[in-house]
Write a protein that binds this ligand. Structure first.
Ligand SMILES: [Zn+2]
Length: 325
């Protein structure tokens, strides 16, 4: 990607379970440079250090690379981190099913220490994505919006009265772990039948497995969520039925969130959504009947993310800018 030394205004990093993605934003907020490294894994004992500090090392390396290329001073410039899981206001990763080795680590403090600065903006990755979509993405100018990122799990965030909802501890928005079926599959969070067990990428895989066992879809079509979506796009009836059931669960979860937040807009992101018009229309159709008083009111509008997989890193950079003195 091209980059220039005078146009970078901030840097954001999105720490995922498999990769650490950094982006540099230019004057208009567009991404002018990006850099990624694999996330250090719990099983990597060769590092000989707690994984929290290994993750901090990797984040610092991504930041250093982008700062050098963009001509920024890491001790003073605007920068922020998005991390997967429940993050306390002080930057401590309280709970993170997809980054288990870093639980309890104060990622913000560990990274700040490596950069020679006193603090760094840290928030949950879905909160960061919502900030980006609200700032200049799909939810721009919208005062009441919900963001759902459908990946391995479901990342969630709410914009209420034009502001990101944080809650008492900064833990608000964990919508993926609303229980919608107590006899449903086990969730990495320790509960059962969470919303994300049905309406995420892995949820789609689960529904495909069930359909395969019941003989309503063939093995080739249900080999992976991607194969299933491809088969559905080609008109495979069994695959279309699984996709429709997926959309029903997704609509059910959105209906629950609508009962709580009354949003006018729901932004949907993640690998399952991107490029799949197959999901939007059936979900909107199910939502119209799933929401309370569906016959008497307008359901929230469903739209795909405008910023795509970079939304989390972009939002982290914006939070970094907002935290600047
Ligand atoms: Zn859960």
């Amino acid at each position: 990607m091209s980059h220039s030394s005078s146009v970078v205004r901030s840097i954001g990093v999105d720490v995922g379970g498999t990769k650490v993605l950094g982006v540099a934003l230019g004057p208009t907020g567009a991404i002018v440079d990006s850099f990624r490294l694999p996330t250090p894994q719990v099983s990597d004992t060769s590092l000989g250090r707690p994984v929290g500090s290994s993750v901090a090392d990797t984040i610092a390396e991504v930041l250093a690379t982008l700062a050098t290329r963009g001509g920024l001073d890491l001790s003073t410039c605007a920068l922020g981190l998005g991390v997967p899981g429940i993050v306390a206001f002080d930057g401590t990763l309280v709970f993170a099913p997809n980054l288990q080795g870093a639980i309890g680590a104060n990622i913000g403090a560990l990274v700040a220490e490596r950069l020679g600065r006193s603090e760094i903006a840290v928030d949950n990755d879905a909160n960061c994505a919502a900030v980006a979509e609200h700032h200049f993405g799909a939810a721009r100018g919208v005062d009441h919006a919900i963001l759902l990122t459908l990946g391995t799990g479901i990342g969630g965030a709410a914009i209420v009265n034009g502001v990101l909802l944080r809650g008492a501890n900064g833990f608000a928005g964990e919508f993926g772990h609303l229980m919608i079926d107590r006899s449903g599959p086990e969730c990495p969070c320790g509960s059962k039948g969470c919303f994300e067990r049905f309406a995420s990428g892995s949820g789609l895989g689960h529904l495909a497995d069930v359909a395969m066992r019941e003989g309503t879809v063939d093995m080739a079509s249900a080999a992976s969520p991607e194969a299933l979506l491809t088969a559905a796009a080609q008109g495979n009836a069994g695959a279309l039925a699984v996709v429709d059931e997926f959309c029903w669960w997704l609509a059910k979860g959105i209906a629950n969130l609508t009962a709580c937040f009354d949003p006018s807009l729901v932004v949907l992101g993640g690998g399952v959504i991107e490029g799949h018009h197959l999901i939007m229309e059936p979900t909107a159709r199910h939502l119209a009947t799933a929401i309370e008083g569906g016959a008497f009111r307008k359901p929230p509008k469903l739209v795909p993310t405008a910023l795509g997989p970079e939304a989390g890193a972009v939002g982290a950079a914006i939070l970094g800018e907002r935290a600047q003195p």
